[in-house]
Design a binder for this molecule. Structure first.
Ligand SMILES: [Zn+2]
Length: 202
């Protein structure tokens, strides 16, 4: 049996801890790192260190930033009266890519999940509530948690919390849609039933 060296074995093991990287991919990547130019390998190592040391959470919305406030919170041209609540940073970036939204965010740390031991206090909901209490400029909260059982439960909980604050805030939930260019024949039942129930008046 071909034994690989301890250092190479460790590199494969570390790469294999990354999401969507299986053992074969990890091995290929490790070989690439060994065989490529030294600058590329060093650049990768440096980028990992730098990202870990410089990138932190925005004090207001918990987006990533290298300053106190993220570039979205610091941008005065964005609508200060709307906060979009998402379950994670990835969802924030997806909404930004759509170019459809020009307000602010609040990034939760996942969804409420009793099975995984995550309650409202574990996912930065308290921070959202105290933010809403302190900011009278906010007029609408859009709940953009995922359309899953947990995402729905989180959205319901946030809505109840906001209602209990007694603020005159509009609370909305993103509509569940059919994929653009798709054929209704091929859409799963749940998506179709949700698309029907979240229909808009024309
Ligand atoms: Zn921010």
């Amino acid at each position: 049996m071909n034994r690989i060296t301890p250092a190479l074995e460790r590199l494969v093991a570390e790469l294999g801890k990354l999401p969507s990287v299986g053992p074969k991919t990890a091995f290929r990547q490790a070989l690439y790192i060994l065989e490529t130019d030294a600058e590329i390998a060093d650049g990768l190592a440096l980028a990992v260190r730098e990202a870990r040391s410089k990138v932190k959470r925005c004090k207001l919305c918990y987006n990533y930033t290298e300053e106190e406030r993220c570039s979205i919170c610091a941008d005065q041209s964005r609508e200060q009266g709307t906060i979009c609540v998402v379950s994670g940073i990835g969802n924030l970036y997806a909404i930004e890519r759509s170019g459809e939204y020009n307000g602010l965010y609040h990034v939760l740390e996942g969804n409420i999940s009793p099975l995984e031991g995550r309650g409202p206090s574990n996912i930065r909901l308290d921070e959202l509530v105290s933010r809403l209490r302190g900011e009278e400029t906010v007029k609408e909260v859009i709940l953009a948690t995922n359309p899953t059982v947990e995402g729905d439960a989180t959205a319901m909980y946030v809505r109840e919390q906001i209602k209990s604050l007694g603020l005159s805030l509009k609370v909305s939930r993103i509509a569940y849609g059919l994929p653009v260019g798709g054929d209704i024949d091929y859409v799963d039942d749940l998506t179709l039933s949700r698309a029907l129930s979240s229909r808009l008046e024309m």
